[in-house]
Design a protein around this ligand. Structure first.
Ligand code: MLT
Length: 311
């Protein structure tokens, strides 16, 4: 019977390569985490983990894609906080954040940095606030689409500055960063897993970090909180999911492989160098379930206050 076959299949899982879907363009912060994690999980799985980039609509297209995949453990989703903002921003994202997936666990938490093209006039947060307010109809803000982490931070920035900047959406913040480096767009709020190299390489102007504590790898960057925006804080947590109805032994195997991957010293070193915190203690289904349950209403509240409607 299919139940028996399912059990047999689950017992020897995985017998072929696994696809890890990243719902943003290659080369961006989510992709950077995914590729390092795929490598770190390989030994425990005994199979390669192939990263597939499926960008668009703030990550909801790739997420919906995984919701529809066969529940056999061979398609896994690496997504972040956008998983919990999408319910407030998309009337029909083609999946249900609470019903379409089995959670595997939390992965990393990544702070964000507010950066600009290298010739943007303001030189610090105070000057940035004045400049943006005076030029609010001219300043452009890049993001990775409605529902992306960069969109969430941009919404918080607009609210904090009392402006509604022209937004330029991209398939991920890798292409957004290319345009920022090319001085085609003015501002971007993006994760340290993408911005660290450009900040330390002085290829962009950096104003602040969005964590309440300064980021050790970017010690000269003040927090938004200490720069006069009390309580301005957003950390981009990342999680791993598989489609609903994936057999429990397969879920268990993936949870164990995730935990071993997060314990990998090379993975930990790489994440530390990019300012990311590895959530090894929360790499389990319950922690991710609780996180989503807490985050969906939290961000719904923020978007309501900011007057952002679902589309
Ligand atoms: C975002 O949400 O801004 C994405 O993480 C950007 C990306 O990973 O490309």
């Amino acid at each position: 019977s299919s139940v028996f076959a399912g059990a047999a299949h689950a017992a020897e899982f995985p017998t072929k390569a696994i696809n890890m879907v990243v719902p943003f363009a290659a080369g961006g912060p989510t992709d950077n985490v995914a590729r390092s994690l795929a490598e770190a999980m390989r030994p425990a799985l005994g199979q390669t983990v192939v990263v597939e980039n499926k960008g668009g609509a703030g990550g909801t297209i790739g997420t919906a894609n995984v919701a529809r995949a066969a529940p056999d453990g061979y398609t896994i989703l690496l997504m972040h906080i956008g998983f919990s903002t999408a319910p407030s921003l998309y009337k029909n994202p083609n999946y249900d954040a609470f019903k379409s997936f089995e959670p595997i666990g939390l992965v990393v938490d990544v702070p964000m940095t507010i950066i600009a093209r290298s010739d943007f006039p303001p030189n610090n947060v105070t000057e940035l606030v004045d400049y943006v307010k005076k030029n609010k109809d001219k300043v452009s803000l890049a993001n990775a689409g409605i529902g992306a982490a960069s969109h969430l931070c941009g919404t918080m920035l607009n609210s904090a500055l009392g402006v509604d900047l022209l937004t330029v959406p991209y398939g991920g913040t890798a292409p957004a960063m290319n345009d920022l480096l090319g001085k085609q767009v003015d501002l971007l709020c993006d994760q340290t897993t993408n911005t660290t190299q450009h900040i330390t390489g002085k290829k962009v102007k950096a104003y602040a970090v969005t964590s309440l504590q300064r980021v050790p790898t970017l010690p000269d960057l003040p927090t938004m909180d200490e720069s006069g925006f009390k309580g301005f804080q957003v950390g981009i947590w990342h999680g791993m999911w598989v489609p609903k109805n994936t057999p429990q032994p397969v879920v268990d195997k993936l949870v164990s492989a995730l935990q071993k991957g997060l314990a990998d010293p090379k993975f930990q070193e790489r994440m530390r160098g990019l300012g990311a915190e590895v959530l090894a203690e929360q790499a389990n289904p319950k922690a991710l379930t609780d996180k989503v349950a807490q985050q969906v209403p939290q961000w719904a509240e923020l978007f309501k206050k900011a007057g952002v409607q679902a589309q």
